[in-house]
Design a protein around this ligand. Structure first.
Ligand SMILES: C[S@@+](CC[C@H](N)C(=O)[O-])C[C@H]1O[C@@H](n2cnc3c(N)ncnc32)[C@H](O)[C@@H]1O
Length: 254
């Protein structure tokens, strides 16, 4: 089996047989070993996003952050097999240069083989473009990158490491920038169901939903406008029941 840098990003096989890695810097795996890396990507981000935005002929997706590129590859595979007429624009920031340098030899699932040449162009040039899709990799801080957009994204995959390990990508102030970067009917998908995260989204006027898919543990979908046929979480009730829990804020981060 091919490996990443064995010392800083050791490889792990997850429950669905797909590979992920562990970050020594953050002390976390890039994907849930329990749900499976491919399952998590597909069922917590790509399928909910594409299903909720199925009427769109053009999709602008922000992936926070690029990591192993699994969200990017899964999105490419899904759109080619389920929504080939959609025009796809993918945007993703990533800070970890050392990780990016190792990805050409990562052990990706077999279904992604046709898309690896695209990944290699993205890694080398920072951007891939053809008639149907454009993929941009920004090498730098996601906070800075997100602030450069306004009213752009239809879908945001909020897939940072956990709030405990990667707090700057879960604060009220961060989600304010994300809110501004999203179109008025856009949705955000995240594996996190933590109350401080939901409060940070709620403070920015998102409607919040607990989402279920039998392949993975339940997760959160946030939407700028109410989703018909779905009941939003009663956040005022949660706040009354948990008066001491606060959303994460930039001011709490050293
Ligand atoms: C859980 S992983 C993302 C997994 C990825 N979506 C995938 O499909 O493989 C989180 C990533 O966020 C990156 N990261 C954390 N903070 C960042 C920041 N402020 N700006 C850019 N990237 C950041 C980490 O280096 C890591 O690669």
């Amino acid at each position: 089996m091919k490996n990443l840098s064995a010392t800083t990003h050791p490889l792990f096989v997850s429950a669905d047989g797909s590979c992920t890695a562990y970050s020594e810097q953050y002390g976390e795996h890039y994907h849930s070993l329990k749900d499976g890396a491919l399952n998590e990507t597909l069922h917590k981000h790509v399928i909910p996003g594409f299903t909720l935005k199925k009427e769109k002929k053009e999709l602008h997706i922000l992936d926070i952050c690029f990591g192993l590129g699994l969200n990017t590859l899964t999105t490419l595979w899904y759109y080619k097999t389920h929504a080939p007429d959609t025009k796809l624009f993918l945007y993703s920031p990533e800070l970890d240069e050392e990780l990016l340098a190792t990805l050409t030899s990562f052990n990706y699932p077999e279904i992604f083989q046709p898309f690896l040449p695209i990944l290699h162009v993205v890694l080398q040039e920072g951007c891939y473009e053809d008639k149907q899709c454009r993929i941009e990799l920004f090498r730098g801080d996601a906070r800075e990158y997100v602030r450069t957009f306004s009213d752009r994204f239809d879908i945001v995959y909020q897939d940072a490491f956990s709030p405990a390990k990667n707090p700057t990508l879960w604060t009220v102030e961060y989600f304010a920038d994300i809110h501004k970067a999203m179109k008025k009917d856009a949705v955000l998908t995240t594996y996190s169901i933590a109350l401080p995260v939901r409060l940070a989204l709620y403070r920015n006027d998102f409607y919040l939903y607990l989402w279920h898919d039998e392949k993975v543990r339940s997760f959160t979908v946030a939407s700028k406008k109410p989703l018909l046929e779905h009941t939003p979480l009663d956040m005022e009730h949660k706040i009354r029941c948990n008066p001491n829990i606060l959303p994460l804020s930039d001011t709490q981060i050293a």
